[in-house]
Design a binder for this molecule. Structure first.
Ligand SMILES: Cc1cc2nc3c(=O)[nH]c(=O)nc-3n(C[C@H](O)[C@H](O)[C@H](O)COP(=O)(O)O)c2cc1C
Length: 324
């Protein structure tokens, strides 16, 4: 029996509670609350190479060194991974969103568009990744509509860089938690006037950005639209599009885009043509204008009370830093 609540009363409250058998989409959304990295897993059989974006990758054991990931039973690559019995995992860096998109759908010539090196088992490793795990297939287990593959790591490589993240249907980057950033950049520890070379400047900049983003997210939550939804509305305002195109252009997960479009259709902001092209309705366009105005009002409210000369100076400094 389904017991679904969709309360927006408090951010700490229950948003959805379902039996996954009744509402697989809500199950997927709940799973999306768990942040993961993104990898590209590849295998090879002579000249035949296959690879795909995977975020189900996980550490399993240190001794013996085991890792796991799961592949959809319907994936055209499934049999190759089982048959070849070896695979290589490349952990993507924060600037590899396009690479994730490239390997996240069937595309011709995937390896022509990235730099790679063949590993010990002949499987291709992406040069720009931040870690490589070269594995032999240790075991595979039935996992419902997926197959769980356990790999024994025969060689691992750590490279420089920071990871690309995936959570709540979208890509992210890892940043120091605001509490960590604030320990060195609390307003009370702010540079004294005229002390432009203060070593805390970078921390202060970062903490300010995170603080403002959090306030803006809270503000947007009151408008009942996420950053995610706003991006889709903006893209549809530029031109009608199919859901797959939107996911690629907005760098969002397919499932999350599908959910958002369904929600927007139900709210009357978007219509879908028989050819599955999505377009903003008049009320969708009105909403977009309201969102733009809202963003301006939010900014004005935050900046209220600051001397216009200080604001102008701040703007100049930020632009100088951005173009440095
Ligand atoms: C960020 C991201 C993570 C993914 N994670 C997985 C995964 O863990 N397992 C899986 O089977 N497919 C996953 N996919 C989908 C596959 O990459 C995609 O289905 C494959 O590249 C296309 O070939 P196929 O549809 O024949 O499998 C993921 C896609 C993306 C963009």
């Amino acid at each position: 029996m389904m017991t679904a609540t969709t309360s927006r009363q408090a951010s700490a409250g229950v948003t959805e509670q379902v039996d996954p058998a009744d509402d697989p989409r809500a199950f997927r959304r709940a799973l999306g609350q768990f942040a993961t990295g993104v990898t590209v897993v590849s295998t090879s059989d002579g000249d035949a190479h296959v690879a795909m974006a995977v975020n189900s990758f996980a550490a399993v054991s240190l001794d013996p060194p085991l890792v796991s990931w799961s592949i959809r039973n319907e994936s055209r690559n499934r049999d190759a991974f089982v048959r070849n019995a070896h695979f290589a995992v490349s952990v993507l860096a924060e600037d590899q969103v396009e690479t994730s998109g490239l390997f996240g759908r069937p595309h011709d010539g995937q390896f022509d568009r990235v730099a790679w090196t063949a590993g010990v088992h002949g499987d291709r490793l992406l040069d720009q990744a931040i870690a490589h795990f070269e594995c032999t297939l240790e075991a595979s287990h039935d996992g419902g509509d997926h197959l769980i593959l356990i790999g024994r790591v025969t060689r691992c490589t750590r490279l420089e860089g920071t990871p690309l993240l995936f959570s709540q249907g979208q890509y992210g980057i890892a940043q120091a938690h605001p509490q960590v950033a604030l320990t060195s950049a609390s307003p009370s520890a702010a540079p004294a006037a005229g002390d432009g070379n203060h070593p805390l400047f970078m921390s202060l900049l970062k903490a300010t950005e995170q603080h403002m983003s959090r306030l803006f997210d809270e503000y947007r939550e009151r408008l009942e639209i996420s950053a995610f939804g706003t991006r889709i509305i903006n893209l549809l305002d530029e031109a009608p599009a199919r859901d797959g195109e939107l996911a690629e252009r907005a760098l969002l997960g397919d499932a999350a885009v599908e959910d958002t479009l369904n929600e927007f259709k139900a709210k009357g902001w978007v219509v879908e043509s028989p050819a599955h092209i999505f377009e903003l309705t008049d009320s969708g366009r009105i909403l977009r204008r309201e969102l733009l105005r809202g963003a301006e009002e939010f900014t004005a409210a935050q900046l209220k009370g600051i001397d216009p000369r200080d604001l102008e100076a701040t703007r100049r400094v930020l632009i100088k830093l951005l173009t440095a």
